[in-house]
Design a protein around this ligand. Structure first.
Ligand code: NAD
Length: 364
């Protein structure tokens, strides 16, 4: 399939392919939009069944970053990168140095950070080849470091807002949450939910991650194939995308879906399917913006953990606005969120915390 007629192309500004035979790097960097600033979005390292699937993933993720950064009020556009990992291939320093050179060759149009399969240490290696990277080891109380706890905090407050809107309760005490995937974000989310009195049902395909989570918090475990259909009030997808689709939605029992995973809806129509079943869906890129808020503040500099916390705590405000507009316009929440994001990209975001001139100067 040609790239211009790819169903997910959506007028990307550019798509870049990189191969470095020395390190084995094969990567794609997609830049969806730089309308609000340099394209910011993480790097995913994954074993894809085909190059086409890697391209589809990076295009969908990259557009999602445009929307996520816009709705979060950040002076950044949207982009994303994927490293195509061979089956069971180990990570190496040379791989991330080569990836850093690839990022650097785009002269700041794309800023990377960690996503699935990438650690803070990997990004530290990338920093050796480029300045256009964030999510680096944190120093003192300045903003930065692993974005996952911030993503989890945003999702946690998103769950509180959605539960209040759909179930009419202002506490998570006794609320059952089914968490799919207890990796970096999922495990922090479980800790926050447990501290708030929620009951947990968890599943993970990685037995070690599952054991690690269950050692931290009391949780019922179920098989990965059953987690989406758990008898829970809330479903929190925190693994990979496409889990909400025409096959799964008819069997979901939760009344609320709020999770960290990107691209939870397989297609935009799946938002309407959830609405028809009376399930309140919190658009993924609105609730999972905590991590990018942290890496953006780190990248722009002179920010603190407290400032990041106060920005992440604004996620429920945005969600409530989307829920209210969805109800008054009788549209699914994903449609309302996408329209809001596109309006912001088209007209520029009012009241940005940090303006674009500052962002441009800092990356120059
Ligand atoms: P991670 O790789 O650390 O964790 C994902 C977990 O899901 C792993 O433990 C994995 O084994 C598990 N998993 C995979 N497939 C599964 C399945 N079918 N059933 C059950 N478990 C399964 O990744 P992460 O950083 O925690 O991110 C999770 C999701 O949130 C991803 O979609 C990511 O893109 C998104 N996200 C992450 C951040 C962040 O700050 N890390 C920010 C925004 C969005």
């Amino acid at each position: 399939m040609g790239i211009f007629n790819h169903p997910e192309f959506d007028r990307h500004e550019s798509v870049h392919y990189f191969e470095d035979p020395g390190s084995g790097l094969k990567a794609i960097i997609a830049i969806h939009s730089t309308a609000l600033g340099p394209a910011a979005g993480g790097c995913r390292r994954w074993t894809y069944a085909s190059e086409d699937l890697a391209l589809t993933d990076v295009l969908r993720l990259s557009r999602g970053m445009t929307y996520k950064n816009a709705v979060a009020g950040l002076p950044f556009g949207g982009g994303k990168s994927v490293i195509l990992a061979a089956e069971r291939a180990p990570k190496s320093r040379a791989l991330f140095e080569a990836f850093g050179r690839a990022v650097d060759s785009l002269n700041g149009r794309y800023i990377t950070a960690e996503d699935v399969g990438i650690s803070v240490d990997d990004m530290h290696t990338v920093r050796g080849s480029t300045a256009f990277v964030s999510g680096l080891p944190q120093t003192g109380t300045s903003a930065g470091g692993d974005p996952s706890p911030w993503t989890a905090l945003g999702v946690f407050h998103g769950i509180e807002a959605a539960v209040a809107a759909r179930l009419g309760v202002d506490s998570l005490e006794g609320i059952t949450v089914a968490v799919q995937g207890v990796g970096h974000v999922g495990v922090y989310l479980c800790e926050l939910l447990h501290a708030a009195g929620a009951k947990l049902v968890v599943a993970d395909v990685n037995a070690e991650n599952l054991r690690g989570a269950c050692a931290l918090v009391p949780a019922e475990t179920v098989a990965p194939r059953d987690i989406l259909f758990s008898d829970a009030d809330v479903l929190a997808p925190c693994a990979l995308g496409n889990v909400l689709n025409s096959q799964t939605i008819p069997h979901i029992r939760a009344k609320v879906v709020v999770g960290a995973a990107n691209n939870q809806l397989a297609t935009a129509d799946d938002g309407a399917r959830l609405t028809e079943r009376g399930i309140l869906y919190a658009p993924d890129y609105v609730v999972n913006a905590g991590g990018v808020i942290s890496v953006a503040h780190e990248y722009l500099g002179k920010s603190t953990e407290e400032r990041v916390r106060s920005e992440v705590c604004r996620i429920p405000e945005r969600l409530r606005q989307i829920f209210a507009e969805a109800e008054s316009s009788a549209q699914p929440t994903n449609v309302v969120a996408d329209e809001l994001a596109r309006r912001i990209v088209a007209h520029g975001a009012p009241g940005l915390a940090i303006n674009q001139t500052t962002a441009g100067r800092l990356i120059a």
